[in-house]
Ligand binder design. Structure first.
Ligand code: FAD
Length: 305
């Protein structure tokens, strides 16, 4: 398995700024993610030092070039899930592979896509979940459905097989963007995928059925929401990070409550601006460097004993 010191999830201003610090400090740094929303022809004229207007695209390109100059490895790949192994390292599963990291910086921005089911909130904690590793266990042997159109949803559905063989995927009316490889694995695992749209949920003591717009009703005691790509909230659920609504709580140094995991930029939700993302990225980078150095010392001490 590929192993790095610091894995940064997000190629926006926060992630790139973190990488400039971590790579420059000699840390093996990998940045995953793809073009952030601001990387278009949007005119940015409130960022420090640019008297002439710069486009978001150019600013991001410059940030990428700067991070690469110091040795950061930058790849367009999406993270589907993260877990911590027994030795305290983090393992991120991407669309392509698994990557081990001593520390992770979450710089994923904010993008949670809601499925648009009218009474979804009524069933949260009563069958509706955002985290397979947290709630899959409660669904042993029960019919469950994953709502989502992409590889994130496909991966969640496959993970649910540990708990129940009765898993379905509903794209919620969106065009499917599941890769050939994931489609093959779903088919092989007898997980049906359909492009219908759930209108409402039903059940007296918790979720029992989903009602589709077509009028069809399907048994489901668990409904796992996995629209679009995994967001910081999804990582927060599975890692046990403290949140404030959809945002991740951090201290002044961008530390989360889980040692080794840091967060910066829009996903922290302070002031959703490039300048703030860049500043928080620098702080997160510095804190992650300290964490990796401390971890190395601890591992060396253990080996010496
Ligand atoms: P983002 O820039 O949102 O980057 C998030 C990154 O995370 C992306 O690379 C994405 O691919 C990645 N990611 C997300 N999920 C995953 C996953 N599961 N796996 C891998 N990668 C993932 N701010 C200003 O200060 N001035 C402006 O003029 C201004 N104009 C704006 C115009 C537009 C159109 C937009 C959309 C925003 C604008 N903003 C502006 C706000 C600014 O862009 C954000 O505050 C800033 O980009 C936040 O940076 P970030 O690094 O936290 O997140």
């Amino acid at each position: 398995m590929e192993s790095v010191d610091i894995l940064i999830i997000g190629q926006g201003p926060a992630g790139l700024s973190s990488a400039i610090y971590t790579a420059r400090a000699g840390m093996r740094t990998l940045i995953l993610g793809c073009a952030p929303k601001v990387a278009g022809d949007y005119e940015i004229d409130n960022y420090f030092g640019f008297t002439e207007t710069i486009t978001g695209k150019e600013l991001i390109e410059r940030g990428k070039a700067q991070a690469a100059k110091f040795g950061a490895d930058i790849r367009c790949d999406r993270v589907l899930g993260i877990h911590q192994d027994d030795a305290g390292a983090f393992v991120a599963k991407t669309e392509d592979k698994q990557i081990k990291a001593a520390s992770i910086i979450l710089a994923t921005g904010v993008s949670r896509i809601r499925p648009g089911i009218s009474n979804l909130a009524d069933y949260e904690g009563k069958g509706v979940s955002y985290c397979v590793s947290c709630d899959g266990f409660f669904m042993r042997g029960k019919p469950v459905m994953v709502v989502g159109e992409g590889n994130f949803a496909a991966n969640q559905a496959l993970e649910l097989l540990q708990y129940t063989p009765d898993v379905k995927v509903c794209s919620q009316g969106k065009e499917l963007s599941i890769s050939e490889e994931f489609l093959y694995r779903l088919e092989e695992s007898n997980i049906p995928v359909f492009e219908g749209k759930i209108a409402t949920l039903a059940g007296d003591n918790g979720l029992e059925k989903v009602h589709l717009e077509s009028g069809e009703q399907i048994d489901a005691q668990g409904l796992f929401v996995a629209m679009g790509q995994a967001s910081s909230s999804d990582f927060a659920y599975s890692l046990g990070l403290v949140r404030n609504g959809q945002f991740i709580e951090t201290d002044r140094d961008q530390r989360t409550n889980v040692p080794g995991i840091f967060a910066a930029g829009d996903c922290v939700g302070r002031f959703l601006q490039i300048s703030v993302a860049v500043g928080e990225g620098a702080l997160a980078g510095r804190a992650a460097i300290s964490h990796v150095k401390e971890r190395r010392r601890t591992l060396l001490d253990k080996e010496a004993k």
